[in-house]
Write a protein that binds this ligand. Structure first.
Ligand SMILES: C[S@@+](CC[C@H](N)C(=O)[O-])C[C@H]1O[C@@H](n2cnc3c(N)ncnc32)[C@H](O)[C@@H]1O
Length: 216
């Protein structure tokens, strides 16, 4: 199998995590790098990510995917046995990096496009991610319920995504989504919405994680 690695990207990811108080074991980092490898190889057959993003996949996509983990673990919110669903998993960001770093949480990846579902299934098996279930359906027809956390990245508008997620959330569950800082500012007056600003290595765009619900 071809192996893609970029020591500068790896270093920047580790520095980003460390600046945010997170240190991952060698095993977990190797698993994240193995996931990146599978996405890059898979992208030759199925359109998973923009080709321009391949050289910066670790800093643009993996670091971004892990930002909810940084925020929620700092708030001591993540507990063993919690259920976390990602709507529109696509090529697996953010849910695969999250499932790798949180083996004690049960993850569900909802994705309706057949080729992407096959890629997600193969990747789950290759990485032995026993805490992750791929659901090959749109979230609305997936019958996924009682989640502690529902997330989505690059799916639709905040209001539409929140409405889509709501029937699947526990009463005190939280909804988590990723926005540019500019778009997130428009959401700041919505009740119970929290914006957590962040920057990614090498990116000039500024980002905000948007959380609706009580997590701290
Ligand atoms: C732009 S991609 C984003 C993929 C990934 N989350 C990322 O950030 O790279 C959006 C994905 O959502 C999926 N999707 C669209 N509508 C959906 C729905 N109602 N439920 C679940 N997935 C959906 C699409 O098939 C597509 O793979």
């Amino acid at each position: 199998m071809k192996h893609y690695s970029d020591s500068n990207q790896e270093k920047l990811l580790v520095e980003f995590l460390s600046a945010n108080g997170i240190s991952l074991s060698e095993n977990i980092l190797e698993k994240l790098f193995a996931y990146v490898n599978l996405v890059i190889i898979g992208n030759e057959k199925v359109n998973l990510i923009s080709k321009n993003d391949i050289p910066k996949f670790l800093t643009r996509h993996i670091a971004d995917s892990l930002f909810p983990y940084i925020v929620l673990s700092k708030a001591n919110y993540l507990k063993p046995g919690m259920v976390w669903t990602d709507m529109g998993a696509g090529g697996g960001c953010p849910i695969y990096p999250l499932a790798i770093v949180c083996p004690y949480i049960q993850f569900y990846a909802s994705e309706p496009r057949h080729k992407r579902v096959l890629f997600l299934e193969e990747t789950k098996n290759a990485l032995k991610l026993e805490n992750l279930t791929v659901v090959g359906k749109r979230f609305e027809t997936s019958n996924i319920q009682n989640c502690d956390i529902i997330s989505c990245r690059a799916l639709s508008r905040f209001e539409a995504d929140y409405e889509r997620a709501l029937p699947g959330l526990k009463k005190d569950g939280i909804f988590v989504t990723f926005k540019s800082r500019e778009i997130a500012q428009e959401l700041k007056d919505i009740p119970n919405v929290h914006l957590i600003d962040y920057n990614l290595p090498l990116e000039t765009q500024e980002y905000s994680l948007v959380i609706k619900g009580i997590y701290g």
